[in-house]
Design a protein around this ligand. Sequence first.
Ligand SMILES: Nc1nc2c(ncn2[C@@H]2O[C@H](COP(=O)(O)OP(=O)(O)OP(=O)(O)O)[C@@H](O)[C@H]2O)c(=O)[nH]1
Ligand SMILES: [Mg+2]
Length: 218
Amino acid sequence: MSETYDFLFKFLVIGSAGTGKSCLLHQFIENKFKQDSNHTIGVEFGSRVVNVAGKTVKLQIWDTAGQERFRSVTRSYYRGAAGALLVYDITSRETYNALTNWLTDARTLASPNIVIILCGNKKDLDADREVTFLEASRFAQENELIFLETSALTGENVEEGFLKCARIILNKIESGELDPERMGSEADGDGASPTAPGVFWCVVPLSADSHTLDHLDK
Ligand SMILES: Nc1nc2c(ncn2[C@@H]2O[C@H](COP(=O)(O)OP(=O)(O)OP(=O)(O)O)[C@@H](O)[C@H]2O)c(=O)[nH]1
Ligand SMILES: [Mg+2]
């Protein structure tokens, strides 16, 4: 099935290993919980066309491996991303403590203007919580991030996270704060295939398939 869209946004999903990044992407694309999720090797790719404030937006989403040994590979995918979900696990303080490093990477390697949604994932495991909502809200406020607690298991706030990010980017384009023409908009081929790192977005309607989830590591 072919679809057209008004904008193409490159998104990243970043954060420590095991926080649920791949499960969040799977929940967003497939609308179900990914059972038996294994560590991501390098990067995986997913895309979905959504409607945001009357505009059709294709989200091109790069799900990165959190394990340190893949860091140099995953960093090469950051360039030009318009938005990111920065994920930690509410039951693991270690993943929360790593947020500052992830944030620095995103802002230096992707773009200083990147719109970042902080996701405290595994909200369903409240009994095992190691990081309070209040503490993370303060961190988000201090670092100019939007904050949500999510559950890839139940689906709570997953759609909201991705859509909120897209909505903010769109608002910034419409208010003139971001100019897609001047920020290296480009697309390869017909826009239907995964594009190389570096693509920011494009403003011309293109033909595209929605709801695809391709694994690049296979
Ligand atoms: N209870 C619960 N478990 C989750 C949730 N999200 C992910 N998990 C579990 O957490 C583990 C890791 O999930 P992944 O999505 O593979 O984690 P990841 O962040 O992609 O890990 P890397 O690819 O290594 O960076 C899996 O066992 C999932 O079943 C959630 O919202 N709730
Ligand atoms: Mg993963």
